[in-house]
Design a protein around this ligand. Structure first.
Ligand code: EPU
Length: 431
């Protein structure tokens, strides 16, 4: 784990164009879906970020053949011969998406072992939706010391009603149902665009799926799935991060290669606080036009405002005139960044554990801060862009999990941000 940190010197309005990368949360389930077929799956527009590298390492540990062409942002995956069905503890605790291998493994080989997954520390992250669904489809689940052991003969299609429209839960059950016997209906399914992207991938692999993007998905199981070559969906969270950064610095930023409809929950709110938005087929321009206005915001499953941009938007609201309220309604502990923003001088406090009250605008001042999780880290960079003096952000390994070249892309827009690399001390020689 690197001890690198970012140093940001604020005060420059961001201007220019930025190319948005492939989506982390769309790529991860598609990589897991490659376990469903013996044939080759090729994914273009792959984001080169730590979570993707970890998922590829995890698949490699199961015997999957991986051929990563970094310059082309392309990976070729072939899961013809699997040698293991067990996810090791390190991969599992590092990444929630590690659990996305369970649906495909159960469906294809009838077994899978995975520790309870970790990921960003943003509140409770159970997998009971996944487990209930697998069990209803005929799998057996035994849990010992936090490790889940699944076995099944061929899964059998069922009518599933999800207790919560879990994003990864829906994806896991969708993948499992593709090779199950008969029809599965998933009611109260997640409608997130990344779930739709996975369903589109599965359909191109030969699956029979209807209704993805709505809360009722129907899957008719098939006997086999085939290879596919596809392009990863663009990352709406990365796009939203740059849009927010552009507006809060008083700048003018154009996002290229975005899905404009997927960004609407964010652009709607940016317009609400005073941003000027222009849109084309696959681009969005966001520019400032005078003062920002306070607003009330709540995060909700798509098409609500995304929880993954909650912290960044709160950073923006420190620059808005008046009192803003930000309600986190998806995760139960995602306001950890508030104490870090206060170090910069933001007038922000929490109530009830899930609401932030922000009084603005505040002149922020550089300080030493720590990224507690991926999106909190991004929010601190954004705050640093409007602070005077120098802001340091440590523990940026969290940020590297989900943003490709965030510092480089910001520099291209005029930001003054540097990565300070920390070399690990050379090990003492004992020979
Ligand atoms: N939940 C349950 N029961 C379950 C599963 C979830 O009650 O069985 C609850 C959780 O406690 C949480 C809420 O549902 O309060 C949301 O969890 P969900 O399962 O929908 O989210 P996730 O699959 O853990 C994915 C993304 C997150 C993103 C959320 C919401 C991946 C790998 N992760 O998480 O991304 O915030 O959906 O859109 O796709 C990030 O990229 O920074 C990130 C955290």
């Amino acid at each position: 784990m690197s001890g690198d940190r970012f140093v940001v010197r604020g005060g420059v309005p961001l201007r220019g164009a930025v190319q948005i990368s492939g989506s982390k949360n769309a790529a991860l389930p598609i990589l897991a879906a490659a376990l469903l077929t013996r044939e080759e799956v090729v994914l273009d527009n792959l984001p080169l970020i730590e979570d993707i590298r970890r998922m590829l390492a995890l698949l490699g540990s199961l015997g999957v053949k991986i051929d990563l062409d970094e310059s082309a942002h392309r990976v070729r995956i072939r899961s013809a011969d699997l040698r293991s069905f067990t996810i090791d503890g390190e991969h599992a605790t590092a990444m929630r998406a590690s659990f996305l291998t369970m649906g495909p493994l159960l469906a294809r080989v009838g077994q899978g072992i995975a520790p309870a997954p970790g990921g960003c520390a943003i509140g409770r992250r159970p997998v009971n939706v996944d487990i209930k669904g697998f069990t209803a489809m005929g799998a057996t689940c035994r849990e010992e010391d936090g490790v889940y052991k699944f076995t099944a003969d061929r899964l059998v299609g069922q009518r599933l009603y999800l207790d919560y429209p879990s994003h990864t839960g829906t994806e896991n059950l969708l993948m499992a149902a593709c090779l199950a016997k008969g029809r599965t209906i998933i009611k109260h399914a997640s409608t997130e665009p990344e779930v739709v992207a996975l369903a589109e991938c599965l359909v191109r692999m030969g699956a029979k799926i209807r209704g993805a993007g709505s809360s009722l998905i129907e899957i008719e199981g098939v006997g086999e799935l085939y290879g596919v070559h596809l392009r990863c969906l663009s990352d709406r969270i990365e796009a939203g991060t740059f849009a927010i950064a552009g507006l809060m610095t008083g700048g003018d930023v154009t996002l290229h290669d975005v899905n404009v409809a997927h960004l609407e929950p964010v652009t709607h709110k940016l317009a609400d606080v005073g941003g000027v938005i222009e849109e084309g087929d696959n681009w969005v321009r966001v520019r400032a036009n005078g003062h920002l206005r306070a607003c009330e915001l709540q995060t909700l499953p798509y098409p609500g405002f995304p929880t993954d941009l909650q912290a960044c938007f709160a950073a923006l609201l420190t620059q808005a005139e008046g009192t803003s309220f930000v309600h986190e309604r998806v995760f139960d502990d995602r306001l950890g960044y508030v104490s870090e923003l206060r170090k910069l001088g933001a007038d922000i406090r929490t109530s009830g554990g899930q609401t932030a009250h922000i009084d603005g605008p505040s002149q922020l001042h550089g300080a030493e801060t720590r990224a507690g999780d991926l999106r909190a880290g991004a929010a601190l960079i954004l705050a640093g862009l409007v602070a005077d003096g120098e802001t340091e952000i440590s523990d940026i390994h969290h940020i590297d999990r989900g943003y490709e070249q965030l510092d480089g892309k910001l520099r291209n827009l005029g930001a003054r941000i540097e990565r300070v690399r920390v070399r690990e001390p050379a090990r003492a020689s004992h020979n």
